[in-house]
Design a binder for this molecule. Structure first.
Ligand code: GMT
Length: 375
């Protein structure tokens, strides 16, 4: 199949999932065209069947805001005609589902019929998409998609509650590649960041308020009072400066490392003992699943779709949002004993295996085939 995948190219989970999906489909022989405004962070272009089309939005003095959605729809039209694209798969509703609808309408005028699959990822529904300024357009474009998927049962329920959705929604969970594990590289060297006696605790996110990074730091503060530990914070975003200040206020600067945006997440996770995800909202929690792949148990909130990923008492522990003391106690339950830590590490990995790419990608392929058959 010839598929155009529209995505955000940055560090967010939706872009990562879309990129990994496209690369896996390309390995299976499909021709995949990524369309977005810059090269996606995890995209390896040096592979067969992979194309990247950059959307440029020319500036003009009249524009206070650049019309990205318009430029994207035009690019989708051009790429479809040039390469014979058969289907659009758009990740994150805003503005991708709306641009896809526009592209489809333009192409229809010229005799092409291109089905749209829209995958909803979370904040496009629960945060941004439900804002009154976007809601009518998001609702319309979801209903105009030929097929709609969400990454968890929880997000499906939220979508149905927030919007008047007339489409059937199929849940297709996010995935990891189980063959990517600690044997991927030879430099899993924990000595670079911590002493042998210290437990390593990790958090990865885009540092937005809903990630509750202040909870991450307070949980860590309690842990390090009981056992030697280091906290690695990977990612960047609006909360970073305030969090650097909080670390100074709590006099934790010798034990907390801010790593910024990094592509080496697997290298961090390979020597991590625990992953913290206390988010206020989370449709799935791909970061937690990636941690579990690398045998890192997860202490998380029970928000949104996290309970579909992290299993309480098995791959880690879940607590209500904001229950910092409970999360710290649960972390210590795992970290204080080598035996218990080892057991949780193995269980985390087993739980991650439930979401292997080989189980999930065929579900998308079946959906594409159905879309092409019924178009
Ligand atoms: O907020 C983020 O973490 C980024 C965001 C995105 O759109 O890239 O993540 C959402 O999609 C991920 C991939 O499906 C999910 O794993 C995250 O849980 C989801 N984030 C939220 O729902 C807040």
């Amino acid at each position: 199949m010839k598929i155009a995948i529209v995505l955000y190219p940055t560090y967010g989970g939706s872009g990562v999932v879309a990129t990994e999906l496209g690369m896996h489909l390309a390995l299976k022989g499909h021709q995949i065209h990524f369309i977005t405004y810059k090269q996606p962070v995890r995209l390896d272009l040096l592979n067969d069947n992979i194309y990247f089309h950059e959307v440029h939005v020319p500036d003009y003095p009249l524009f206070q805001y650049l019309p990205y959605g318009l430029a994207l729809a035009s690019k989708m039209v051009d790429v479809t005609k040039q390469y014979g694209i058969e289907l659009f798969h758009v990740h994150y509703a805003i503005p991708h589902a709306y641009a896809a609808y526009n592209a489809k309408m333009i192409l229809q005028e010229e005799g092409f019929n291109i089905p749209i699959v829209t995958t909803l990822h979370g904040t496009d529904i629960t945060l941004v998409g439900s804002h009154p300024n976007y809601k009518p357009a998001v609702s319309f474009s979801i209903n105009q998609s030929d097929y709609v998927t969400t990454v968890s049962e929880s997000l499906k329920a939220d979508t149905v509650t927030i919007f008047n959705i007339k489409k059937e929604i199929q849940v297709i969970p996010n995935f990891i590649n189980i063959t990517h594990d600690k044997t991927d590289f030879t430099d899993c060297n924990r000595k670079l960041l911590a002493k042998d006696s210290e437990r390593i605790i990790t958090h990865v996110s885009n540092f937005r308020p809903l990630k509750r990074i202040e909870d991450v730091i307070h949980i860590f503060n309690q842990i390090q009072k009981e056992i030697p530990a280091k906290l690695l914070l990977a990612g960047d975003g609006p909360e970073k400066e305030a969090m650097e200040q909080l670390v100074l206020d709590l006099a934790l600067e010798d034990n907390v490392v801010f790593l910024g945006n990094t592509n080496d997440i697997s290298k961090l996770l390979c020597f991590s003992d625990l992953f913290l995800l206390p988010s206020e909202k989370e449709s799935f929690g791909l970061a937690a699943l990636e941690a579990m792949l690398y045998k890192t148990p997860v202490i998380s909130s029970n928000a949104g779709g996290i309970p579909e990923v992290n299993k309480h008492g098995y791959s880690g522990y879940l607590s209500p949002v904001g229950a910092v003391d409970e999360m710290a106690n649960n972390a210590l339950k795992i970290l204080k004993s080598d035996e218990i830590l080892k057991q949780f590490k193995l269980q985390a990995r087993k739980q991650a295996a439930q979401f292997n790419v080989t189980k999930v990608v065929p579900i998308y392929e079946a959906l594409y085939e159905k879309a092409l058959k019924n178009k």
